[in-house]
Design a protein around this ligand. Structure first.
Ligand SMILES: Nc1ncnc2c1ncn2[C@@H]1O[C@H](COP(=O)(O)OP(=O)(O)OP(=O)(O)O)[C@@H](O)[C@H]1O
Ligand SMILES: Cc1cn([C@H]2C[C@H](O)[C@@H](COP(=O)(O)O)O2)c(=O)[nH]c1=O
Length: 189
């Protein structure tokens, strides 16, 4: 089973993944962007937000995804795979940028992934107040510097992206305690 945890920055994805790792010690833990050797280099470029072209940025994420599917997901389809982000993030961020139409977004992702998508995705959903608080507690990267309203629009866009990709999305209240969230995820797995 291929599972992904989605949510905007600071929603608690990596926190939940480290909890799930304790519960499923044999699971393949992975992430987008940056799980592979090439992906690590792509991650450095995209998070620096140096690309002037939004299309270039989108294609870099897509290249990371193609490598991730080939190197990590495909060889482990018989195992439990738990990924921090997925194609849903790719479509959600690109939808907000508005440079590529919906049909094309889906077909480009189909091309990159060979239509291998997570079986189930959990969206950790934050309130504006909690997002503001969590962002105030960390050093922001280039994408986080785009601001709270931008990130909240991405949160909504994640729901649209899941529908476009036809992926089952389970919304979880990310302001609950770490344990409550983990329990909800395990219950649905
Ligand atoms: N349920 C929770 N309640 C309160 N704080 C939390 C909860 N889950 C995570 N946090 C805290 O919020 C911050 C962000 O969490 P985390 O790094 O897991 O988020 P993330 O979604 O992986 O973020 P990013 O996408 O920016 O890497 C951390 O300081 C973490 O300790
Ligand atoms: C997969 C993907 C990610 N992004 C953005 C979302 C985040 O701001 C960063 C990744 O950072 P994290 O600490 O690993 O969460 O990249 C994006 O814009 N497009 C994508 O396809």
């Amino acid at each position: 089973m291929y599972i992904a945890i989605e949510g905007i920055d600071t929603a608690g994805k990596s926190t939940q993944i480290s909890e799930l790792k304790k519960i499923y010690p044999d699971a393949v833990i992975t992430k987008e962007p940056g799980a592979t050797e090439v992906g690590k280099e792509i991650r450095n470029i995209v998070l620096s937000a140096r690309a002037k072209s939004k299309k270039a940025e989108f294609l870099l994420f897509l290249a990371d995804r193609a490598e991730h599917i080939k190197e990590v997901v495909k060889p482990n389809l018989e195992n439990m795979i738990i990924s921090d982000r997925s194609a849903i993030s790719g479509v959600a961020y690109a939808l907000i940028q508005g440079k590529i139409d919906e049909k094309e977004l889906v077909s480009l992702n189909d091309f990159a992934t060979d239509k291998i998508y997570p079986n189930k995705v959990f969206l950790l959903k934050l309130t504006k107040e909690e997002l503001e608080f969590r962002l105030s507690q960390k050093k922001l990267d280039g994408i986080e510097l785009r601001g709270v309203e931008y990130l909240l629009s991405i949160q909504e866009s994640i729901i649209t992206a899941a529908k476009l990709l036809n992926i089952k999305l389970i919304e979880v209240d990310a302001t609950k305690s770490i344990k409550e969230i983990t329990d909800e995820i395990i219950e649905s797995i």
